[in-house]
Design a protein around this ligand. Structure first.
Ligand code: WT7
Length: 637
């Protein structure tokens, strides 16, 4: 039976050539932030006051003395003198309140296995793990690597580390053993959490053997804690390995949270940059949760009893902030789904939404486009009446995908929040709120308390409609604090390109209404299915094949994945170009980097376009590949 027309339907108004999706009266009336423009204005008058108020949503062991300190800029400090703990705020403080019996995590895997944890149950599990880790000698300031599927135990491991004050370093389980080893070595991690394996598209991913390979190349790992997840046989090394269940067995269910300084690091998360070495982005105990909690509450309009499903993986910042910490900080229910959204059939994702009455669905354009390909009939088979808000993240969403998402998933009544942000920013930065007028394909305006702009190389504002560098003019609590082990690179990457502002590495333009339209990265970082990967990393992997002497890598547009990789390779004199060699080289790179590297094509060439200083001009490769104008080639030799 067709449902009665919902009053919350978004009304559509045309404003010159930009179609505006205006929020309905009902949405505005019910929103946490009913007056969008006024809220933006007020926050802009005094961003520090705005963030100070947001910080009061957390529990502090000791209040801060100074909200913001820029004495050692760009090493900014927030809530100086305050004492707190990220895990305490996400978990402990809900125990003893009415939240404790609410579900914290709903888990389902591809095969349909279900697990649920209330806040109280999760609290007990985390405490056992805290005690076990402490007993093993993990303490404040240590680093713990995590290489796990999207299962409740990854949340437990992260929370336990945070509770102790040890930094977790989660490495996405789609990375190769080499990539994992590099990250373990940079962080000098002492312990690693993993699982026997994971199911994906019906196939087994053998995580434990990838970890075994990786730790052969590391010296610091002293313990491997293995979750029995899919019960596949593993090589068990008695000296190193311990089953997760045995590790926590018999441990007390209470444990005290370490009293952390607001500026103490909470975690490191590696991401790609312009060199082949990944950067360890550092976030802290105080400011990070302030930004995450305020954004999740406002962008997704949380009332306190939501079921929230962010389809990312915990191995990315999206997962850190909006699968795990955000929902738990807000005391709502988060969904962890381990598997593919189209297994066994293309409507698995919509089935999960209906089964658990998901209120907020937060996903990526690449997934939306994959679903579009299967056709609207799949979401049309499901009414999904629980859905209130939709979110998009990871790459620019094309207007067609936005409209499809809005129409067929949100049934025309759920506002779509296109959230622009980065591993470095920790939280949503440019995003509408549900009470804002929307434009399909635009991330709209900066979140209250954030001042963003589009400028040229010299830092000068560019005119309306003209492309330029996206920068952030002010500071915010959940911002990156440094690059682990590499403060110089932190200064150079983010605070030196354009003087006095945070350099995002993205290109964007602003329209006449002040809406931001993100165009993508400047040329050396790719976004493959929303995953960030550096051209330099891919190139160095190509060059590590014995037949390859030089490589130039570009992203080429792909209708589903956004971008895929094309490589131009120069072979050494002895190598014979052939299709077999191409396949072998692609295999080598996939093995080297892991399945995140989606290589569409390789082409053997005699030379690569270069600057006088020998830098490969990827821009020229790209223009030629796509038949675009070459642009300024004055530096080309
Ligand atoms: C880069 C950051 C933080 C979310 C997950 C990715 C691109 C992210 C959007 C968006 C256009 C977007 C940018 C950014 N990006 N969200 N809504 N519209 N582009 O985190 O791996 O650190 O990647 O993702 O290029 O710089 P990340």
């Amino acid at each position: 039976m067709p449902k009665k027309q919902d009053k919350r339907e978004l009304t559509e108004v045309f404003q010159s050539s930009d179609k505006i999706y205006a929020p309905s009266k009902k949405i505005i009336k019910e929103a946490n932030v009913p007056d969008y423009e006024k809220t933006l204005k007020n926050a802009a008058k005094n961003p520090l006051k705005f963030w100070e108020e947001a910080a009061m949503d957390l529990t502090w062991f000791k209040p801060w003395e100074k909200t913001f300190d820029d004495k050692k800029k760009p090493f900014y400090k927030w809530f100086v003198g305050g004492k707190c703990n990220l895990a305490y705020n996400a978990l402990d403080r809900h125990v003893g309140t009415e939240i404790e019996n609410k579900l914290a995590i709903i888990f389902e895997d591809e095969n349909g296995t279900e697990k649920k944890y209330t806040y109280k149950e999760l609290y007990f599990e985390v405490n056992k793990l805290v005690n076990a880790l402490r007993g093993y000698g993990v303490k404040k300031g240590d680093r713990v690597a995590i290489y796990m599927p999207n299962i409740p135990e990854i949340s437990m491991a992260m929370l336990a580390c945070a509770k102790i004050g040890a930094m977790h370093s989660v490495v996405y389980a789609g990375f190769s053993s080499q990539a994992l080893a590099d990250r373990i070595n940079d962080a000098r991690a002492k312990v690693i959490f993993t699982a026997d394996g994971s199911f994906r598209r019906g196939k087994v991913i053998d995580l434990k053997s990838i970890v075994d390979e990786a730790i052969k190349q590391t010296k610091t790992i002293k313990r491997v804690i293995v979750v029995k997840n899919n019960k596949q046989p593993i090589k068990f090394n008695k000296k190193l390995d311990v089953w997760f269940d045995d590790f926590i067995k018999g441990q007390p269910t209470e444990a005290k949270a370490a009293k952390m300084d607001a500026e103490d690091p909470a975690f490191v998360l590696y991401t790609s940059g312009t060199t082949s070495k990944p950067k360890g982005i550092v976030h802290v105990h105080g400011g990070y949760p302030v930004g995450v909690l305020r954004t999740i509450k406002w962008v997704f309009d949380l009332k306190g009893d939501e079921v929230f499903w962010c389809t990312a993986d915990p191995g990315w910042i999206t997962g850190h902030s909006y699968i795990i910490y955000g929902p738990l900080l807000a005391g709502i229910t988060t969904v962890q789904y381990e598997g593919m959204p189209d297994m066994p059939e293309p409507d698995r994702i919509w089935k999960v939404v209906e089964k658990y009455n998901v209120n907020v669905l937060y996903t990526a354009p690449t997934l939306i486009r994959a679903m579009m390909k299967y056709g609207a009939k799949w979401p049309q088979m499901h009414a999904m009446p629980s859905l209130r808000i939709l979110g998009s993240v990871g790459e620019p969403i094309n207007p067609e995908a936005w409209k499809w998402y809005h129409k067929y998933v949100g049934k025309g009544k759920c506002p779509v929040m296109d959230t622009w942000w980065q591993t470095e920013t920790g939280m949503n930065m440019i995003t509408p709120l549900p009470s804002a007028p929307l434009k399909a394909g635009s991330a709209c305006k900066p979140f209250p308390g954030i001042i963003a702009d589009v400028v040229d190389k010299k830092g000068k504002k560019v005119p309306v409609g003209k492309g330029g560098f996206l920068v952030i003019r002010n500071q915010w609590p959940s911002m990156i604090r440094t690059i682990f082990n590499n403060p110089e690179r932190y200064i150079k990457t983010y605070w030196s390109e354009v003087k006095g502002v945070f350099f995002t590495g993205d290109v964007a333009f602003k329209d006449k209404d002040g809406y931001f339209w993100i165009q993508g990265r400047t040329d050396d970082v790719l976004k493959v299915a929303g995953h960030r990967i550096g051209t330099a990393e891919v190139e160095s992997s190509f060059v590590s094949h014995p037949a390859v002497v030089e490589a130039g890598v570009i992203g080429v547009p792909d209708p589903v994945k956004g971008e895929v990789i094309k490589a131009f390779l120069i072979l050494n004199a002895k190598a014979v170009a052939s299709d077999e060699l191409k396949i072998e080289i692609i295999k080598h790179v996939r093995h080297n980097l892991g399945p995140v590297a989606v290589i569409k094509e390789v082409e053997f060439v005699d030379k690569l376009p270069k600057t006088r200083s020998g830098k490969i001009m990827r821009r020229v490769l790209k223009a030629k590949e796509l038949g675009l104008p070459l642009g300024d080639t004055s530096s080309l030799v």
